[in-house]
Design a protein around this ligand. Structure first.
Ligand code: SAH
Length: 260
């Protein structure tokens, strides 16, 4: 049987209408949809009625499906001749192990495409009124994970503290206190503006903004938890001027193109 193909699609940061035209097109023609926890239900509902649906963010005992099983599922669905959409939060190659899924497909000689998405690291911050760069405040940015593979060397926050520009930390909430402390110990002034953005770009978005030495307290007071972005740098102050309330727009109606 001719193999199907896999599209690794970025769903964007949360607001369903931030998906790309191509990504939405893929979902609307999917024969199997493999999606995780951070993807909005509105996007999942765009799949055709007869599409096979796999929620790999949660298995029956409420734990995420292990990565090798997800890789195998993608390969198996494609080998059954299905057009498969692997829908991932943000951009498929920004953390979240998208590159490993692509490697598994390449190894199994399954044809695949990547459909980039808006990463929460950039678009999520924008929805919180925080521009990731600004000529006067940040000449660059660094996107860092707070969560490393077990057995890897821990992040050297002391070194990261020396970087100029905005620091955006994903998957860092369980270590927030220690990250802030180590950044200060590494030389970032305690007064550096810092914020946490929870559920960025969704209606339930919540923000705590302050400085490196007050952030932990503010986050606790506001009850913020994962999934959230931690952002450190002077651009955080621009929120006061740049915050906006997004209008809720319906997903665009686009004429479907046939996927090859
Ligand atoms: N590929 C994704 C990131 C996957 S890692 C992207 O490009 O955005 C998952 C982490 O991303 C979460 O733990 C959280 O830190 C961050 N994240 C993703 N979506 C988010 C959202 N809507 N609001 C806040 N943080 C988010």
């Amino acid at each position: 049987m001719k193999s199907g193909k896999v599209w690794l699609v970025g769903a964007g940061p949360g607001d369903a209408s931030l998906i790309t035209v191509k990504g939405l097109d893929c979902i609307r023609q999917a024969q199997a949809l493999v999606y995780d926890r951070l993807v909005s239900a509105e996007l999942v509902q765009q799949a055709p009625g007869d599409c096979e649906m796999y929620n790999v963010g949660k298995n029956p005992d409420r734990h995420p499906v292990p990565q090798p099983q997800i890789n195998q599922l993608l390969v198996d669905c494609a080998r059954r001749g299905l057009n498969v959409v692997r829908l991932k939060g943000g951009d498929p190659y920004v953390f979240g192990r998208g590159a490993e899924e692509a490697e598994a497909l390449a190894q199994a000689q399954i044809p695949f495409e990547v459909v980039p998405g808006i990463s929460s690291a950039i678009g999520g911050l924008a929805y919180a009124g925080i521009p990731v760069t600004h000529r006067d405040y940040a000449s660059g940015f660094h996107v860092i994970t707070g969560h490393l593979r077990q057995g890897n060397e821990p992040q050297d926050w002391g070194q990261l503290a020396k970087l100029e520009g905005t620091l955006v930390i994903l998957m860092g909430m369980t270590q927030l206190a220690s990250i802030c402390q180590q950044l200060i110990a590494g030389g970032k002034p305690a007064s550096t503006p810092a914020a946490v953005v929870m559920h960025a770009s969704q209606q339930r978005q919540k923000i705590a903004a302050g400085r490196l030495d007050t952030l932990v307290e503010q986050v606790a007071a506001a009850g913020l938890t994962a999934p959230a972005l931690i952002v450190v740098g002077n651009v955080v102050n621009l929120r006061e001027c740049l915050a906006f309330v997004p209008e809720q727009l319906p997903l665009a109606v686009i004429p479907p193109r046939m996927l090859s």
